[in-house]
Ligand binder design. Structure first.
Ligand code: CU
Length: 151
């Protein structure tokens, strides 16, 4: 239903413009982006920082997006000097702290892209947390930041 989608997109854009906030959970997402990959790449990843302004630890449990066949939470592990991605069941965001989803660390993996993503395109992404709250984001597609942005 196009009108519902448009409404969702608008809500997501507004959330993005103001910093997406899950009102009762105190979670704020900043600087989200989906990495632009070479044409034909089957997968990509979303990165962001999630701040927790509440008094209790939170966990990101699940992410969903219509652009990919499946979405998983991943981390990177050092396997005898080779960095490999591994699926995790949750990403912790400590009370008063923040979780950094960045290249080489935790990320949201978009697996099996249904269509090639374009530079600047907004990708709908829903994050679900252990307190039952969720955030709906419109995450821009862009190139990975310059090397100084890596950790
Ligand atoms: Cu991954």
């Amino acid at each position: 239903m196009p009108s519902r989608l448009a409404a969702l997109a608008l809500a997501a854009l507004l959330a993005l413009a103001t910093g997406a906030i899950a009102a009762d959970s105190g979670l704020v997402v900043s600087d989200p982006y989906v990495r632009l990959m070479p044409p034909g790449s089957p997968n990509t990843a979303a990165f962001m920082s999630i701040s927790n302004h509440s008094n209790s630890d939170r966990h990101l449990l699940q992410a969903e997006s219509p652009v990919a066949r499946s979405v998983e939470l991943h981390t990177h592990v050092d396997d005898h000097g080779v960095m490999r991605m591994r699926r995790v069941t949750a990403i912790e965001i400590r009370a008063g702290g923040q979780a950094e989803l960045h290249s080489g660390g935790h990320h949201v993996m978009l697996i099996g892209l249904r269509q090639p993503l374009q530079d600047g395109q907004l990708v709908p992404l829903t994050l679900r947390f252990d307190d039952g709250s969720s955030l709906q984001l419109a995450v821009p597609v862009r190139r990975a930041p310059a090397a100084h942005g890596k950790h």
